[in-house]
Design a protein around this ligand. Structure first.
Ligand code: ADP
Ligand code: NA
Length: 332
């Protein structure tokens, strides 16, 4: 019997992409508008698990906050803050480092992907990242976490940590948090390679649409997006082995609020030469108001800092009593 509460975060490790928007931000706004208590965080401590230039990190954190607000997060209805300003995250993260098992962490596929063959020379933080993520969520006893599909395994680890903590200390203290992975675009793929997710950390700027891209850049990237020579099929089944085509259909569906089925029905038999300009038009219509608002907000960084500061105070007020209870349970 835990009160419904939503937590989620985005790393300020670069400019946000269409993948972050459709998989995360857009749905954060939906949850806020459903009237559930929502807590959203720029997770700068996660960002430094790989090298970040300090000035850029500061800039990207503000830009990330501007993106949240421009996308529809209302600081009067949601708590919006920056992770490093609420020390409960780091404190609970350490306790969870002592709850999580090495074997659990070794099975995290995102670590293996990010570390590659170089796992001797990546930061210890990159390995421990999912325990800090569990702390981000459980410092608020959040019951639901809206995320993209790439975060599913990390959410399972959060659940394992909550269960082990409750069992080890014989308490029913932490909720077993539910991932909320829904919508037409839970995994937006790269525009250049249908087997890779669209990511702010992809070296190719052509692989992604950034929330700061202007109309011309968006149109050009969609025009050049990798596809195949076939027209769109009659039914969704016909896209099974066509990941790039499927991705563009999913993006159209998510942006227009339709199902992928109905997009395919609408464009059945159309060539990509017809579909892509329509998709570009839709993407520009949906994204350009956000870009404009972000640019407006970014002209007043002090105001963004004030909003984040206020959010941090609200977050602290929820997390600190929970953390005091944790210390008590652990014997500290
Ligand atoms: P990135 O992978 O771009 O660095 P983060 O790790 O900061 O993004 O993830 C922030 C949120 O955006 C998470 O909920 C994640 O699942 C979501 N997300 C990131 N990339 C995508 C994508 N390509 N498609 C759908 N959701 C995504
Ligand atoms: Na990610």
């Amino acid at each position: 019997t835990f009160t419904p509460r939503i937590f989620s975060g985005i790393q300020p490790s670069g400019g946000l992409t269409l993948g972050n928007y459709l998989g995360a931000l857009k749905r954060f706004v939906e949850k806020q508008d459903e009237g559930i208590e929502t807590i959203y965080c720029l997770v700068d401590m996660h960002a430094i698990t790989v090298w970040q230039d300090p000035e850029k990190l500061r800039q990207q954190t503000r830009e990330g906050a501007a993106a949240f607000i421009a996308a529809g997060i209302d600081p009067a209805r949601s708590i919006l803050f920056n992770q490093s300003q609420v020390t409960a995250h780091a404190e609970l993260g350490w306790i969870f480092n002592c709850v999580a098992r090495m074997g659990w962490m070794s099975r995290m596929t995102q670590f293996k992907d990010k570390a590659g063959k170089n796992s001797e020379n990546v930061s210890l933080g990159l390995f421990a990242y999912p325990a800090l993520m569990a702390a981000d969520i459980l410092a608020y006893k959040a019951t639901h976490v809206p995320v993209g599909e790439d975060q599913k395994q990390h959410l399972e680890l959060t659940r394992d940590i909550a269960i082990k903590f409750n069992n080890d200390y014989k308490v029913n203290f932490f909720p077993v948090t539910e991932p909320v992975i829904e919508g037409a675009a839970t995994r937006v793929m790269s525009l250049r390679d249908g087997s890779k997710k669209m990511s702010k950390s992809d070296p190719s700027d052509q692989s992604r649409i950034n929330l700061t891209d202007d109309a011309d850049a968006i149109s050009a990237k969609i025009r050049k997006a990798k596809t195949d020579p076939e027209p769109l099929p009659e039914t969704l089944d016909g896209l099974k082995d066509r990941p790039e085509a499927r991705n563009l259909v999913n993006i159209y569906a998510a942006l227009s609020g339709q199902s992928a089925e109905s997009v395919v029905a609408e464009f059945a038999g159309a060539q990509f030469g017809t579909f892509k300009p329509r998709l570009a038009e839709l993407a520009v219509a949906k994204l350009s108001p956000i870009t404009t608002e972000m640019n407006r907000l970014m002209r007043d960084p002090a105001e963004i800092d004030r909003i984040l500061g206020r959010g941090a105070e609200q977050a602290e007020a929820i997390a600190r009593p929970i953390l005091n209870d944790v210390y008590d349970i652990v014997g500290m």
